[in-house]
Design a protein around this ligand. Structure first.
Ligand code: GDP
Length: 477
């Protein structure tokens, strides 16, 4: 992992002599045509106010140097929203009513296309919605390193209240550090009881301001198109608090939110741009694929020439179909794009190394000793609520100066694939009590290297975790 000094200087837009001088001051002697290693590159780049990305550096053909985001270059960008909630609480209906009433009235006669995300214009600004509701897609993307969601709208049906998937959605959002806005839906129904919903949510630390909390609550009816404007307004208000910004004047970077192989058009991917501006003709790398952007279409099926931060576009011209959550970056030229994609393919063949470094009870003590681990994140699943409470209480009490035990999700029922995803992205272990996994879930856990354990006696759960913390695990196995 090295780079020729002259190249580094060129990419940073500074004189090689200046860089040599700076390096000398740092005690490193190099000449123009000599190479420096990654750590030195980072050091000297930071002296000039740049950040060097390790991953990009390792692509070795391409050094992606980002100008340290100077406030002047950053401009506000619109929020990206994912709708989550329990099944049948109205996620799809809400997405539909927002799309229909807020898009077609502006683009009269426009045909809306399902490309995986869409943007709506409001008087207060633009909002982008991801079209795949639910926390499964959210966490699957996060597992690939893509956190594209700025705000989660949690839909809870006023006549049904907080249900298991409502709680899952809350915990998945919290684990990703994404703020939640509550939309109490189906307010038109006879049995609507928003106070009950609020009460139940407050047990999960989501409280409206007049209850002393800081969560935004909005009452809506997707069916009767009520409260939708207020919801959009609140999303923009929350976005303002988050101060979402991006620099549109640089090579684009974005994430795949949906992809497919189209019989006529070849590989098609919807990209949500994160920063920079994506343009037709740009050479790109996307996952292990590359290409030159042949055409870009917006969510109304119209051809566009460019897409800035928070804008979703469908792109054509990739060499293959990428995965949702894959990153797309624009490079200087076709040749580097091709090289980087080949390099990534090679890396992919030599299997993911990152996965093997996940936490397990056996390795906990060792990693604590090395100072790598200070938190043990735990997901608890049990047949009955009482066991969950008993285990949570006892486990949390095992926290000491070296390690704190966090229950990031606890629910009744067997372990699901979504639990595995959450464990994988949160580096958590899963403890199942009086439940068994399906073979499919077991396979998924193995693939993701998630430590999953099953017990029938609470004492044994506590004992194993305690032993692990004290480094006495080995002796028990
Ligand atoms: P999802 O599973 O969360 O995507 O829920 P859907 O959007 O598919 O809605 C589930 C059911 O609830 C459908 O029959 C909808 O018509 C109905 N529904 C959704 N929103 C409302 C609402 O505001 N009021 C009433 N009365 N029904 C609704």
């Amino acid at each position: 992992d090295t780079i020729v000094l002259a190249d580094l200087a060129k990419r940073m837009g500074i004189k090689a002599s200046e860089m040599i001088k700076k390096l000398m001051m740092l005690g490193v002697m190099v000449t123009v045509n000599q190479t420096i290693d990654f750590d030195t590159a980072v050091l000297v780049a930071s002296e000039f106010g740049y950040e060097v990305e390790k991953a990009a550096f390792e692509e070795d053909t391409f050094l992606h140097i980002e100008e340290e985001s100077t406030p002047g270059a950053m401009v506000g960008r619109s929020p990206v929203v994912t709708i989550m909630g329990h099944v049948d609480h109205g996620k799809t209906s809400l997405l539909d009513v927002i799309r229909k009433t807020r898009i077609t009235e502006i683009e009269a006669g426009g045909i809306t296309q399902h490309i995986g995300a869409y943007s709506v214009k409001t008087s207060g600004g633009q909002v982008t919605f991801l079209d795949t509701p639910g926390h499964e897609a959210f966490t699957a993307m996060r597992a690939r390193g893509a956190i594209v969601t700025d705000i989660v709208v949690l839909v809870v049906a006023a006549d049904d209240g907080v249900m298991p998937q409502t709680i899952e959605a809350i915990n998945h959002s919290k684990a990703a550090n994404v703020p939640i806005i509550v939309a109490i839906n189906k307010m038109d129904k006879d049995g609507a009881d928003p106070d009950r919903v609020t009460r139940e949510l407050s047990e999960h630390n989501l409280m409206p301001e007049d209850w002393g909390g800081d969560t935004i609550f909005v009452k809506v009816s997707a069916k009767q198109n009520q409260g939708i404007d207020a919801l959009l307004e609140m999303i923009l208000l929350q976005a303002e608090v988050l101060e979402l910004k991006a620099n549109p004047d640089k090579h684009a970077k974005g994430y795949v939110v949906e992809s497919k192989l189209d019989a006529g058009r070849g590989p098609v991917a919807t990209i949500l741009v994160q920063e920079g501006t994506l343009r037709a003709g740009d050479p790109v790398v996307c996952g292990v694929h590359h290409g030159k952007i042949r055409a870009m279409l917006n969510d109304r099926g119209q051809q566009v020439e460019s897409a800035g931060p928070s804008e979703p576009v469908e792109v054509l011209g990739l060499s293959g179909v990428p995965n949702a959550g894959d990153e797309m970056i624009v490079l200087d030229d076709d040749k580097s794009a091709k090289q980087v994609s080949e390099h990534r393919l090679q890396k992919q063949r030599s299997i993911g190394l990152a996965k093997t470094s996940r936490i397990s009870l056996e390795k906990l003590f060792e990693r604590m000793q090395e100072g790598e681990v200070k938190d043990l994140n735990v997901i608890l699943k049990a047949d009955v609520h009482g066991s969950l409470e008993a285990m949570s209480e006892s486990l949390v009490k095992l926290s000491n100066d070296e390690v704190s035990i966090n229950i990031i999700h606890a629910a009744t029922g067997t372990v699901s694939e979504s639990d595995i995803s959450l464990a994988a992205v949160s580096n958590a272990i899963i403890i199942g009590f009086n439940v068994r996994p399906t073979p499919k879930v077991q396979t998924f856990a193995n693939e993701e290297h998630v430590d999953m354990r099953f017990y029938n006696v609470i004492y044994n759960v506590i004992k194993d975790v305690k032993d692990a913390i004290l480094g006495m695990m080995e002796s028990t196995f």
